[in-house]
Every structure is written in C-alpha cells, then in structure tokens.
Design a protein around this ligand. Structure first.
Ligand code: URA
Length: 233
C-alpha cells in the first residue's frame, strides 16, 4: 500500500494532507524520513505520525450512536454540525456513512459503518427491516389513526401508499410507530397526512437493535460481534 493511502486510512488526514505531513517530516517509516508519500509500505513497516505509531484496523467498523438534535447525517454541511464530528477518537471518518438517515432534529438510534453490504441489508426495501419511532404530536391523535396507518397512507407528492405501519398510543399526544420502509421524512409526512404535526421524533429501534440505554445523547460505542450478527442474521 502507498504511504499516503496508509496515512489517510489510519488518521483523519486526507491523502493530500498526508503528502504534506510526509514532506514536512512529521512521518517516519522505520525511524527514517521517507523520500516520498508514494513509498510502498507493508504490514512489517512501522509508521509514525508526530511520534505516534499508526496501525491499520482490520475489517469493517460498526458503531451505534444516540444522535442528538441539531446534527446532520452527511459529510458536508456548511451550517450544521455533522454526526461524524461526534466520533471522537475514530480515525478516517470520511470512510464512514450512516445506515439510512435521521433528520437534523430527530434523535436516537443511528448506526454508522464503512460496510456497504451491512447498510444495504438494513435499508433495502426487500428486507423490510422494522424501525420504531417515538413521536410527540402537536395535536391529540385522531381515533382511527391505527387503522389508517395499518391500511397505508398516501403521502403528499407520492403516488404509492406507505406499507402497513403499527401504531401504539402511549398518550393522546405520544405514540410509538413502527414502519417497514424509509421514505424521505416518512414519519413526519405520515402524521402530516392525518392533519397532525410531529413536534419531536426519536428512533428507539432498528431491525434487531434497540438503542442501548447506557448511551446518553451524543454518545456512541462500537457494536459487538453478537449485535452485528443479530442485525444481519
Ligand atoms: N421519519 C422522519 O420523518 N424523520 C426521520 O428522521 C426518520 C423517519
């Protein structure tokens, strides 16, 4: 592997910043300054940046986060903070993506990975992975809401009814809703179609994964092997 790629994979440097770091003497390979960032290195070589040894992590990475409000699920946004900013201590964050997206103001369970197959399995309509949201509503829920959600709802600007969704009333203005697909702003638009408005939205569950209780808003942790197995099994 080229040294600049190795540095981009093991730090938060882009390849061009990695090249600059090599040129400015911050990088040592087996104790010596390399002549070029295109130097080929192997797993036998010891590479340091500013005196710290870098190691390539084997395999894919999987995290669960309790997303706070105000953060966006993209890598580029000039006005809002990114969920990736919260991944303190995680290197090469540009290689990661969120498994589906939560709106900026939505909180709760968010999976983050660099494994495209894993996210495809969880988001593809073919697999119908259920997602459960707790929603706080502006108005008391109408009496026939359960039937309406079960029958499927026609959303504005979408000719296809939503798949049957299950609604559980916690109180007149607080519900748990389980959906089996992931259209744009789906939960908010489903309640809007019933003449209501979602004041606050929080994801509690995705497939086999429930938001871990120990994660405060903004916190994250790696998924265990068992959790990854249950999510893809
Ligand atoms: N549905 C929404 O409307 N927003 C989300 O963030 C997730 C599902």
């Amino acid at each position: 592997m080229r040294l600049d790629k190795f540095l981009a994979d093991t730090t938060d440097l882009t390849r061009s910043l990695a090249t600059k770091a090599v040129k400015s003497g911050r990088v040592l390979v087996n104790g010596s300054k390399p002549r070029s960032a295109s130097l080929k290195i192997t797993t036998e070589d010891q590479v340091t940046l500013d005196g710290e040894t870098l190691t390539l992590e084997a395999g894919f990475r999987y995290f669960v986060m309790n997303k706070p409000a105000g953060y966006v699920c993209t890598h580029r946004d000039s006005t809002h903070p990114l969920v990736f900013d919260l991944l303190e201590g995680v290197v090469n964050r540009m290689a990661l993506h969120t498994v589906g997206r939560l709106d900026r103001e939505t909180t709760g369970l968010l999976l983050i990975t660099d494994d495209g197959h894993f996210s495809h399995h969880l988001t593809s309509p073919r697999h119908h992975q259920p997602k459960t949201y707790r929603a706080w509503l502006a108005e008391p829920l109408r009496d026939d809401a359960e039937q309406k959600f079960e029958q499927g709802i026609l959303l504005e600007d979408d000719p296809e009814r939503t798949r049957p969704a299950q609604l559980q009333r916690i109180s007149p203005q607080e519900v748990l809703l389980t959906i089996h697909e992931g259209r744009y702003h789906q939960v908010r638009r489903m309640f809007a179609a019933l003449g209501n408005h979602v004041d606050k939205l929080h994801r509690e569950r995705m497939g086999a994964m429930t938001l871990p209780e120990e994660l405060a808003e903004g916190e994250f942790r790696p998924l265990s092997e068992a959790e990854i197995g249950r999510l893809t099994g």
